[in-house]
Design a protein around this ligand. Structure first.
Ligand code: GDP
Ligand code: MN
Length: 388
């Protein structure tokens, strides 16, 4: 399952539509509009870069500003430039939008999330009084500070459970009706829009005794986007990996990773197994790639080109089961891509089984490329172990 990410400002608009309180804000796309919006907030506001990554606060991308000079500085520093947080890793994302938001006076910061628990076949509500910080850190150091509640799929969230969470968050009982509305709103949003994750970190209690979502991250199940056209329109390609976008247009499932072994596989399950083999041989996959059904020479060639376009790739591992896609056709597609690519060709490890596999192997052996053939996963693993 792949997930569509959207920006914080888009997430907050959805929260608002489902009755979850968020601070007043406007979105700026350049310095002029940022300053206009800033003055509308009487020159005191929180400025927040909008990128598809968390950890912005720690990286300087969230700032309380109370004069025009600092607002200009913030705009000049970020608009049009690349931004990195601990979540983006070595990659960085471009800042095209900045949220100008009314500043809140925080009394306490909490964590609240909804996600699918596959093992339990339910949506779980996750809550913690330790909001604002990295929740993974809380989970590893203070697991008792995290509450995880599977919602009964038939009943939905019940008053009893909502009280239980309220209590766990050390919130006063008088806040029940506010909190109840928030949980029910989030649950309805999750179902109505086929979300895969709603994460509010922090959910705050402010000095007016209001519970507000101060940050919001929502992701959606891509397989359900066909029935959520309004959500598909929220996609921001400037935040996504170029190779992933191109691959998606061709119907190839490609996810960029950080290792050195590029993979070309048909079938998502086989692709996962192949990545496991790479990892157990002490190496790391450079990508997940599922060519998908109905692949022809052109599609196979483009899949190989996508993998070759990644500079980290030192080895390309092909694990194909030829059915409708014949192995000889695939072999020709690979050669096309290798001929087109400029860099030094990588080492190739190829396992092809099924229709015309012998013919495919013959075509590939008659080339100048450095190829090792494998018959099964064990042999792939042995060849990879020698490369480590
Ligand atoms: P993230 O770092 O990308 O998760 O961005 P957040 O939106 O969560 O902001 C990071 C932190 O900035 C929050 O945890 C708050 O502590 C702080 N912050 C954000 N908005 C406000 C605000 O209006 N008032 C105050 N006092 N702090 C804020
Ligand atoms: Mn946050």
């Amino acid at each position: 399952m792949c997930n569509l990410k959207i920006h914080e400002y888009q997430s907050k608009k959805l929260l608002n539509e489902f009755g979850v309180p968020v601070p007043k804000s406007t979105i700026a796309t350049d310095k002029v509009s940022l300053l206009e919006n800033f003055h509308d907030f009487q020159s005191k506001a929180v400025l927040k870069v909008q990128v598809h990554a968390g950890g912005r606060g720690k990286a300087g991308g969230v700032k309380l500003v109370d004069n025009s000079e600092d607002a200009v500085k913030f705009a000049d520093k970020f608009f049009g430039n690349l931004f990195q947080t601990f979540q983006t890793g070595d990659e960085s994302v471009v800042v095209n939008k900045i949220l100008v938001e009314e500043a809140s006076n925080i009394v306490s910061e909490m964590y609240l999330a909804l996600l699918v628990d596959g093992s339990n076949q339910s949506i779980n509500i996750i809550a913690s009084p330790e909001g604002g910080t990295d929740i993974e850190e809380v989970a590893s150091k203070n697991p008792e500070k995290i509450f995880s509640l599977p919602v009964n799929t038939i009943l939905g969230p019940t008053d009893f459970h909502i009280r239980e969470i309220l209590d766990f968050l050390n919130l006063d009982k008088t806040l029940f009706s506010q909190f109840n509305k928030i949980i029910r709103g989030l649950y309805k949003l999750y179902l109505d829009k086929d979300c895969s994750l709603i994460e509010i970190n922090p959910l705050i209690l402010n000095d007016k005794n209001e519970i507000i979502a101060l940050d919001a991250k929502i992701t959606f199940d891509e397989d359900a986007l066909f029935r959520n056209k309004d959500i598909s329109e929220l996609r921001d390609l400037s935040q996504e990996n170029e190779v992933e976008i191109k691959a998606a247009e061709l119907g190839i499932k490609y996810v960029q990773l950080k290792g050195s072994v590029g993979c070309i596989v048909n079938g998502a399950g086989l692709a996962m197994a192949t990545m496991d083999v790479i990892q157990s041989a002490g190496l790391n996959p450079a990508n997940f790639l599922d060519i998908g059904g109905g692949a022809d020479e052109d599609k196979v060639s483009k899949a190989m080109s996508a993998v070759l376009s990644d500079d980290n790739v030192k080895i390309v591992l092909v694990n194909l089961f030829g059915g409708i896609l014949r192995c000889d056709v695939a072999a020709r597609g690979f050669i096309l891509a290798l001929q087109d690519s400029n860099g030094t060709p990588p080492k190739l490890i190829i396992r092809m089984q099924g229709t015309n596999s012998e013919e495919g192997k013959r075509i590939l052996s008659n080339t100048k490329y450095n190829i090792s053939f494998a018959e099964n996963l064990d042999q792939i693993s042995q060849i990879l172990s020698k490369e480590e």
